[in-house]
Write a protein that binds this ligand. Structure first.
Ligand SMILES: [Mg+2]
Length: 206
């Protein structure tokens, strides 16, 4: 099986350090504050200049991505993915991280948490990545990415006259996406999960 994984918001906790950077400027933010995108600090009192400056510092950092914290499930999920690769499955880590050495930092980070020699792809075009790699399944936390992957896969299957053999596209429940309603595509259903392990258990039961 060919399995695609988003990184930030799925395996790596980008949000906490990003929030810390914003708090340095505007002070402590209320619990539950969500900063899902690089321009989100504008909504919490940062000026455009300060917002640009945070992004610039992250992009110029040679360690920001490499030092991101994990989620409670990250170690177990990477261990499982590692053994799935050893069993012959193809694992792709697909991320839109910007900045210096973003790919190399991501590779180091994955290695540090248990996945050696990972295949990391840096792209904003996740739908085309899923199509080109002929993925069987994909997980992400950002609704716009899920919508794009679902649409591209659905269109491809429609053109080829295929029914849905895609085991599914998964969105990981995170505070920023729980209210999002998917348009839905017949040939590329989207399923919600509370952890990436739930997705792996579903597509490849032990
Ligand atoms: Mg993400």
């Amino acid at each position: 099986m060919r399995i695609g994984f988003d990184v930030d918001g799925v395996l790596a906790d980008f949000h906490s350090p990003f929030l810390a950077e914003v708090s340095k400027i505007v002070g402590e933010l209320p619990e539950g504050t969500l900063l899902p995108t690089f321009d989100a600090p504008l909504r919490y009192g940062c000026t455009q200049e300060q917002t640009d400056d945070i992004r610039r510092r992250i992009m110029e950092s040679e360690t920001f991505w490499e030092l991101l914290p994990t989620y409670p499930w990250t170690h177990d999920v990477l261990e499982r993915l590692h053994s799935l690769r050893a069993a012959g499955h193809d694992i792709y880590f697909i991320t839109n991280r910007p900045g210096r050495y973003a790919k190399l930092q991501t590779e180091h980070w994955l290695y540090r948490f248990g996945f050696d020699n990972p295949t990391v792809l840096i792209t904003a075009k996740k739908g085309f990545a899923a199509l080109t790699l002929d993925l069987d399944t994909y997980i992400d936390d950002l609704p716009s990415n899920i919508e794009e992957v679902a649409k591209v896969i659905n269109n491809e299957r429609f053109v080829r006259g295929q029914e849905s053999s895609f085991p599914g596209i998964y969105i990981l429940n995170q505070p920023g996406n729980v209210d999002f309603k998917f348009q839905g595509y017949a040939r590329s259903p989207v399923k919600r999960v509370d952890s990436p392990m739930q997705m792996l258990d579903e597509i490849l039961p032990k």
